[in-house]
Write a protein that binds this ligand. Structure first.
Ligand code: SF4
Ligand code: F3S
Ligand code: FES
Length: 250
């Protein structure tokens, strides 16, 4: 048996509810939540889909730490420990463990898509393996939004949400900006400039909390955010860019 404490409520408020519940060998936290639904709390709301750490739906906070419920083994807890499960804190609660993550979809829509070069036909360019590897790491993202939930810029600062895309989407901008074929500049789109001015890259002070909670172990800060910051800084202090900007302003 385990002692579970689960947040129940909705947008108007709620609180923690205690349960004694059976636990079997090899189970994960999501199994226990499902057992609660089946035996003691049939109206307990929880979002999940794959139970394999791949759909990114079952994000929650377990003993205060943002995690996937389906990838958190019960064996990591002491038998006498109370396991507290609460919804992600940075997003509005819909009901119980389900949050409204539409903030993230809005931010995703604000990032312009890859711009294919007009002059290249299919098969006319061979990507270097190094370039493939770089963006492949970012493509492992399952959009669980645990990084978005954890980043201190928005976690307790609703007021910053309008100006900050969050680590997941700054990483997407970094991925596109590093892509050797992205023709955004030719299309008049300044990814580095908009990362800084519109998507809030400057708010990130590289605390790396996003990286720590990523279930895909993506090095969000080291491989996406810091390189993007460096590219923005290089561009700012590049004497040729500086001269170009000066001439254009005349
Ligand atoms: Fe989740 Fe990692 Fe993607 Fe963030 S980068 S949404 S933590 S998988
Ligand atoms: Fe936030 Fe990650 Fe930067 S937690 S401050 S986006 S390094
Ligand atoms: Fe799909 Fe947990 S249920 S990631």
């Amino acid at each position: 048996m385990a002692h579970f404490r689960v947040w129940r409520g909705d947008a108007d408020g709620g609180g923690l509810e205690d349960f004694r519940v059976e636990v079997h060998e090899g189970e994960v936290v999501l199994d226990i939540i499902h057992r609660l639904q089946a035996t003691q709390a049939s109206d307990l709301a929880v979002r999940w889909n794959c139970k394999a750490g791949k759909c990114g739906s079952c994000s929650a906070e377990i003993n205060g730490r943002p995690r996937l419920m389906c990838m958190t083994r019960m064996s990591v807890f002491d038998r006498t420990e109370t396991v507290t499960v609460t919804p992600m804190r940075a997003f509005p609660v819909v009901r119980d463990l389900v949050t409204d993550v539409s903030f993230n979809y809005a931010k995703a829509r604000e990032v312009p898509a890859f711009v294919p070069p007009a002059e290249l036909g299919p098969g006319e360019y061979r990507m270097q393996q190094e370039d493939v590897n770089r963006s492949q790491e970012f493509r492992k993202c399952i959009e669980c939004f645990l990084c978005q939930n954890t980043c201190h810029v928005v976690r307790d600062h609703e007021e910053n949400k309008a100006a900050f895309a969050g680590p997941r989407f700054l990483m997407r901008i970094a991925e596109l900006d590093m892509h050797p074929l992205d023709a955004a500049p030719q299309a008049g789109l300044d990814r580095k400039g908009t990362a800084q001015d519109e998507h809030g890259l400057g708010y990130c002070n590289i605390t790396k909390c996003c990286t720590e909670v990523c279930p895909e172990n993506i090095k969000i800060t080291d491989n996406a955010l810091i390189p993007l910051k460096e590219r923005v800084a290089d561009r700012k202090y590049d004497p040729l860019v500086w001269l170009g900007n000066k001439i254009r302003r005349r």
